[in-house]
Design a protein around this ligand. Structure first.
Ligand SMILES: [Zn+2]
Length: 94
């Protein structure tokens, strides 16, 4: 929680503990690990919106989510942030 600034890392809404959900950035269904470097706090609507999308698909479709992710998801793996940054800049360039 603290690592994500108590916000949904995708839409940046402040989250109370009882409504926060944990999202696997790289989905478990695609082989994502259950490690802290792959976990972020998200609100239920964003978690639902993302579903089983791979991070670059999600951030490509919703660049605002990627921009917030880069800003707020402090504890995730560097590779995930690097990929998010790339997906966002590609989405804005398109
Ligand atoms: Zn959200």
């Amino acid at each position: 929680m603290r690592d994500c600034s108590r916000r949904c890392v995708y839409c940046a809404v402040p989250l109370a503990l009882d409504v926060a959900t944990l999202d696997h950035v790289y989905p478990v269904s695609h082989g994502g690990p259950h490690t802290p470097g792959n976990l972020v706090t998200a609100c239920a609507p964003c978690n639902h919106l993302k579903g089983d999308m791979l991070p670059h698909e999600f951030f490509g479709r919703y660049p605002w989510a990627g921009a917030n992710f880069v800003r707020y998801a402090r504890a995730v793996h560097r590779a995930l942030k690097r990929n998010a940054r790339r997906a966002v800049s590609l989405a804005f360039a398109a």
